[in-house]
Design a protein around this ligand. Structure first.
Ligand SMILES: *Cc1c(COP(=O)(O)O)cnc(C)c1O
Length: 380
């Protein structure tokens, strides 16, 4: 059994993907060109924003935005403590200080009460200048943007939405990628919309910011490639990846997003009596980058994970270490914060197989094995 079945997906889309790749090879345009331009238009239309700027990966996408905002030493950027490393890494990489904020156990996303406390703490100390919030759409569920955007206005902060896992999700029909001042996503193969290598994109309605990002990602280009008006980087989405993504975006819209939501409903029907399954608030839609259970203890998690492995059912722990405890941040003198929910989640979360091609027989086997293991752990 696969945790995320990219082989099956390829078999289903093979004819179209193969043709798309061959067309790029025949055209011999490997950087830029039609597939990239068209993909950017299609992504912007899907997300519902004016501009999509494709780039090398989801981490670069965030770094480019922080560079465009001139965020650096002396600046504070608020990030959830429970997320993939890259969310906070980009803050450290540009020389700014990440301030870790706790998440809510119900949604795995940034806790807006704790966010306010964290901002107030930084203001009280007066050493760092609060500049931005990076909410994450963890496991496919959009963060609480209505509350976050209000907080950002009150404290005069920018919002960069890290939607690497959120692509396809929505609040009141408004798509992930359209929240905040700017949003970024990743096309890493295992993300909700993945390519066959690295890829990423930035979404915004701000035309000046879009122009600046388009320059920064290609060596700070000015009127053309060999007119360089600022220091930038080289971070482009390959043409072949764009061609593959156009095929996959169509499948994502046509049936994949609906399929993962159906799998989630079936999991809930089977597991809700015995397990804490992901909560999706009213008017929210998740794209289920992961389906993550919260268990009662790390001992129970270890036992259940082992039982599943015996039946060849793959599971993952996203994430085992709170970001504030990562060695990479140990040199920063970070404020002491409680972050209790994150600490607890790192001990108790378990992600189970989730993808649009999960067979009902596999889903039944996974659910039954989970329930049996949980019961036998209690008895022990
Ligand atoms: C995957 C991921 C990223 C980074 O994306 P890459 O394309 O791998 O650089 C950033 N943030 C989150 C939350 C992610 O899951």
């Amino acid at each position: 059994m696969e945790f995320r079945d990219l082989k099956q997906q390829y078999q289903i889309l093979k004819k179209e993907i193969d043709q798309a790749v061959l067309d790029v090879m025949s055209s011999a345009t490997f950087i830029g060109g039609d597939p990239v331009t068209k993909l950017e238009q299609e992504l912007a239309a899907y997300v519902g924003v004016k501009h999509c700027i494709s780039c090398g990966n989801g981490t670069d996408a965030m770094s480019l935005v922080l560079t465009a905002w001139d965020i650096g030493p002396g600046d504070a950027v608020f990030v959830p403590d429970f997320t993939f490393f890259a969310t906070a890494e980009v803050v450290g990489y540009c020389g700014a200080t990440p301030i870790f904020v706790d998440v809510k156990k119900e949604t795995f996303n940034i806790d807006t009460e704790d966010l306010i406390q964290a901002i107030e703490e930084v203001n009280r100390k007066g050493k760092l200048k609060p500049r931005a919030i990076i909410p994450v759409d963890l496991f496919g569920l959009p963060a609480d943007y209505p509350a976050i955007e209000k907080i950002a206005r009150k404290y005069n902060l920018q919002v960069l939405s890290d939607s690497a896992q959120g692509f396809g999700g929505s609040i009141d029909g408004k798509k992930a990628g359209s929240f905040g001042d700017v949003a970024t996503t990743s096309f890493f193969p295992a993300k909700p919309l993945g390519c066959y290598g690295d890829g990423g994109a930035i979404f915004t309605n701000n035309s000046d910011l879009a122009a600046l990002l388009n320059s920064l990602k290609v060596h700070g280009k000015g009127s053309y490639k060999y007119d360089n008006v600022r220091i930038g980087v080289n971070s482009r989405l390959d043409t072949i990846q764009a061609a593959i993504l156009r095929v996959k975006l169509q499948a994502f819209q046509d049936y994949e997003l609906a399929a993962v939501n159906q799998v989630a409903d079936l999991y809930r029907q089977a597991l809700d009596d015995e397990f804490r399954t992901p909560q999706v608030p009213e008017s929210y839609e998740s794209s289920y980058a992961q389906f993550t259970l919260i268990l009662d203890s790390s001992a129970e998690r270890e036992f259940i994970q082992h039982q599943l492995k015996e039946k060849d059912i793959p599971t993952m722990i996203y994430y085992p270490i709170p970001l504030h405890q990562q060695m990479a941040f140990s040199a920063l003198s970070l404020p002491e914060r409680a972050l209790n929910n994150t600490k607890e989640l790192c001990q108790t979360v378990l992600s189970i197989p989730m993808h649009p091609y999960l067979k009902e027989a596999d889903l039944t086997l996974i659910s039954e094995t989970l329930i049996e293991s949980k019961r036998s752990f209690v008895i022990k």
